[in-house]
Write a protein that binds this ligand. Structure first.
Ligand code: 0X9
Ligand code: CA
Ligand code: CA
Ligand code: CA
Ligand code: ZN
Length: 426
């Protein structure tokens, strides 16, 4: 994909250069004035989308919106030259600020010297877990803490990778009548910091058992479930070739030759209802062919259908936000959400945000999303379901790739929020 994109970009650049020569030649002495061609994946700042409706239109126009932005400010997005032209024709102002390919290469430490057939994080970022390392970590936690930790499988990804989960509780082999709480991570491929968040939760509630009083109390009184990666195919692809790829979706092929469904638009509750997703397969928020058409989503839904979760956090990056349902409507109170229920979401959301310094708000405050996991979890199962957008608060494509030195501080930053959720599951 990367190589092909780059080849197309080079061909376009060559064609444009040839055109400029011809133009210069036929114009005699005049200098060619054509601007250099816009990059295949250009980083842009967009202004003029000041309402939820216009922001929703931009997000689902096929482009790749980075982070969520704050308070209706300018949006940062990745667009092709054609997409940039189209958005300008619709009246938005776009300023080109960089070439994403060049930025990813720079962030990855320059042209890779690593074996490109093996998926591994670029040099200096080895603190992040690859898929195999994540699987090993889950297995080790279950082995080293057999009395309180048990491993299981949620199902398989499109490419056949196992989606492991870990259950942490006293009497772990018994399905006890204790509030069940779920933490899910890495739904979007490039959001690697979230995999570390789930592994940190695993570590904290296993290693801390018997010594940390808070941890011990929760392990004894709750059933904690952790799914570190909902999108391992995408995550592995994102680190393939020795360079970050900036990939978001899963790796399921589409009918038009493009690849990937946005898993956070593919859940079965009010799927595609409200303009909060893209029906064009090549778009970055493509909702898939039908509800739960992505095997990863079907697996997560079936797993959640089969348990009685009371509370849930789905971790994403980035923007430093605590979000609650609904995302499919800007209404607070609607079918499936009373004022009392909304107030509870907002109250607990604000309490959690108080501890990590994130901004708390309803998911739809920035743009509409349909088919997202939190709407589904609440809409179908009344699970107290939040979406966290982790560190950083902003930063273009590099925002998905904080140095691995951030893993420790940015995961422990959510300890108190996790504890608040666990408390409120009771
Ligand atoms: O667009 C998304 O899926 C999430 N942002 S991300 O940059 N991680 O892709 C935000 C989803 C917000 N809506 C709901 N949580 N419903
Ligand atoms: Ca490092
Ligand atoms: Ca138990
Ligand atoms: Ca139970
Ligand atoms: Zn995400």
């Amino acid at each position: 994909m990367f190589t092909k994109r780059r080849a197309i970009g080079l061909a376009a650049a060559a064609a444009a250069a040839a055109l400029m020569v011809v133009t210069a030649w036929s114009a005699g002495a005049q200098e060619p004035t054509a601007a250099p061609p816009a990059p295949d994946r250009g980083l842009y700042t967009l202004t003029g989308a000041d309402t939820v409706q216009t922001r929703t239109q931009v997000v689902n126009s096929g482009v790749d919106v980075l982070g969520e932005g704050h308070g209706g400010g300018p949006m940062e997005l990745i667009a092709s030259p054609a997409q940039a032209r189209q958005l300008r024709a619709q009246g938005y102002t776009l300023e080109l600020t960089g070439d994403v390919e060049a930025m990813l290469e720079k962030r990855s430490g320059g042209p890779s010297t690593k074996d490109s057939s093996v998926a591994d994080f670029p040099s200096g970022d080895e603190g992040y877990h690859t898929y195999d390392e994540m699987v090993a970590e889950v297995a080790a936690a279950a082995t080293d803490h057999a009395a309180i930790a048990q491993q299981g499988s949620v199902g398989s990804s499109f490419e056949g990778r196992d989606l492991p989960f870990l259950k942490i509780s006293d009497n772990v082999a018994t399905d006890e009548d204790e509030p069940e709480v779920l933490f899910t991570c890495n739904m979007h491929a490039r959001e690697h910091l979230t995999t570390e968040m789930c592994l940190h939760i695993v570590q904290r509630f296993t290693d801390g058992y018997g010594t940390d009083q808070t941890v011990t109390g929760f392990v004894d009184s709750r059933e904690i479930f952790v799914i570190p990666s909902q999108n391992p195919d995408g995550a592995e692809f994102d680190i393939s070739g020795g360079e970050y790829q900036g990939w978001r979706k899963n790796r399921q092929p589409n009918s038009d030759g493009s690849v990937g469904t946005d898993l956070n638009r593919n859940f079965s509750y009010k799927w595609g209802c409200c303009g909060g997703s893209d029906d064009n397969p090549s778009g970055e928020t493509y909702r898939g062919e039908s509800p739960a058409s992505a095997p990863e989503v079907a697996a997560v839904q079936a797993f959640m259908d089969g348990r009685q979760f009371k509370a849930h956090i789905d971790f994403h990056t980035f923007s430093e936000l605590v979000l609650w349902p609904f995302g499919h409507t800007t209404d607070d109170v609607t079918e499936g959400m009373t004022q009392e229920e909304y107030d509870r979401f907002a109250d607990i959301g604000q309490q959690m945000a108080e501890t990590n310094g994130y901004t708390p708000e309803q998911a739809s405050d920035l743009y509409i999303t349909d088919g997202s996991i939190d709407d589904w979890a609440w809409g179908t199962h009344k699970i107290l379901s939040y979406t966290f957008e982790m560190f950083p608060s902003g930063g273009g494509i590099d925002g998905f790739y904080p140095p691995d030195e951030e893993i420790g501080p940015q995961t422990t930053r959510n300890d108190a929020a996790v504890d608040i959720l666990l408390t409120n599951a009771g």
